[in-house]
Design a protein around this ligand. Structure first.
Ligand code: C2E
Ligand code: MG
Ligand code: MG
Length: 438
């Protein structure tokens, strides 16, 4: 049987909905009950959904585990969702592999809707675009577990378009030198001396201007482009750190954000070593920032690779601490040097007792474990004063310096020499200087 049957039309008018329907855990079923039994279920599903006599109303096979179906009578997402639930109930619910043991089946459904109410939906949509959206919605439905339903609404469609654009353009962006790093300094809470600097990637897009990392890092990870991007960031950040050292600027660690996907490459530590060697930078001048979720993707492999990096002499920081699982086991297993407290905890501070209690706890935890606590996103003198009272070691934030291109970052490094008191805390015209006494 041709499992990639062609859809009956090439485009769909407003009011149409395309359903991507997938048999849940089809591979497990093939192993357990045989490929023929699964094929028979899919054939039965086709028959139950539509009359083969009317090709326009009939579903078609799509891929090894599913089918697709176009309906022209569903004006909005609510109607499409209700139709998805109804069709789940019409599909085969059992597979009679062995008469003594009927196996229960479930189906997940992703729907691409063309509401017809949204001006963006005016006119006909090409079927391949709807199939692409419905398939992405099916993947989302499957993440909900068995028998999920997900609709490709405007938000998901937007994400898909953005990802497709990143996938298409990022490789050339790297080659054309459109990526660049901005740098944000980190300061000691007690006396304001410079204690580190973080490299943050940006994309100077020819049409969109400066694109921030949240708009492309996730897509680059999903599209398998993060290794190349991460390598470029590592090399460029190490080169810049060495350049600043040669200019006689304070020798503080350069922090580089590392994605979880990068830790899935067996040669990650070798790549770090190569970047250090190419820049002639000592390992102690590099810090890798990892999030808890990235460490949890493949904890065994990550522990081994990061252990290798630490043995090289590279420092490790746990980024956005408090937003993930905040697993204490992680701290033990990975032996990090610094905990970076996520900036979301500081938005209501001072004055938010829960936020304050969390920050106090993390600072205390870091102190007990002999780690440094670094506060992210410090924007006010009052927040800084609070950090002083809590005994937090370091901070970064707009209060003192935004992430900036190398020339401005260099100026910030000159203004705050490491190991010296860094002059008044307040920016020009700002409030009173912070004394640093807890
Ligand atoms: P992050 O590593 O937690 O970086 C801190 C983010 O907070 C940066 O945003 C920084 O500009 C911003 N920030 C710092 N101080 C303040 C403040 O006082 N107020 C506010 N509102 N924001 C502040 P950015 O540069 O947009 O980076 C966002 C995230 O993108 C980073 O979060 C990091 O997770 C990721 N990222 C950036 N560069 C890279 C990279 O080279 N590789 C990877 N894998 N991820 C990166
Ligand atoms: Mg970071
Ligand atoms: Mg962070």
């Amino acid at each position: 049987m041709d499992i990639w049957n062609r859809p009956p039309v090439e485009s769909a008018p407003p009011g149409a909905a395309l359903f991507a329907i997938g048999l849940d855990h089809a591979d497990d079923l093939r192993v357990r009950c045989g490929a023929d039994a699964v094929e028979a279920v899919l054939a039965a599903a086709l028959q139950r959904l539509g009359p083969a006599a009317d090709p326009l109303a009939a579903p078609w096979r799509s891929g090894p585990d599913g089918l697709q179906w176009l309906r022209l009578d569903l004006p909005d997402a609510d109607a499409a969702r209700a139709a998805a639930r109804q069709l789940q109930a019409r599909l085969p619910q059992r597979l009679e592999a062995d008469p003594a043991e009927a196996v229960r089946l479930s189906w997940s459904v992703g729907v691409a809707c063309r509401s017809g109410r949204d001006p963006a939906d005016a006119g006909c949509a090409a079927l391949p675009r709807l199939q692409w959206q419905a398939t992405a919605a099916l993947a989302q439905a499957r993440r909900q577990g068995r028998a999920g339903v997900a609709i490709c609404d405007a938000r998901l469609a937007c994400q898909l378009e953005a990802r497709a654009q990143v996938v298409a353009e990022l490789p050339q962006a790297l080659a054309r030198g459109e990526l660049l790093l901005h740098y944000q300094p980190q300061f000691a809470v007690d006396d304001g001396r410079l204690v580190g600097i973080e490299a943050l990637v940006r994309w100077r897009h020819p049409q969109q201007g400066l694109v921030m990392p949240d708009a492309f890092i996730g897509h680059a990870e999903e599209a398998g482009l993060i290794d190349e991007l991460g390598d470029w960031v590592l090399h460029e950040a190490c080169r810049q750190a060495r350049r600043w050292q040669r200019l006689g600027l304070p020798r503080v660690p350069m922090a580089v954000n590392v994605s979880g996907r990068q830790l899935q490459q067996a040669r990650f530590a070798a790549r770090v070593r190569a970047a250090l060697a190419a820049a002639d930078l000592a390992p102690g001048a590099l810090e890798l920032e990892l999030t808890e979720s990235s460490l949890l993707q493949q904890p065994e492999a990550a522990a081994r690779l990061l252990g290798d990096c630490r043995r090289l002499g590279v420092r490790l920081a746990l980024d956005d601490f408090g937003t993930g699982q905040s697993s204490l086991g992680l701290l033990r297993r990975f032996g990090v040097d610094r905990l970076k407290i996520d900036r979301s905890f500081f938005t209501g501070l001072p004055g938010d007792p829960t936020g304050e209690a969390i920050v106090r706890l993390v600072v205390e935890l870091a102190r007990t474990l002999g780690l440094e606590a670094v506060a992210e996103g410090i924007e006010t003198e009052a927040q800084l004063a609070l950090l002083g009272r809590l005994g937090c070691h370091a901070y970064q934030g707009h209060l003192r310096a935004v992430a900036a291109a190398p020339p401005q970052a260099e100026q910030a490094l000159r203004d705050a020499p490491a190991g010296h008191r860094a002059g008044p805390w307040a920016r020009a015209g700002g409030g009173a200087a912070y004394t640093g006494t807890p």
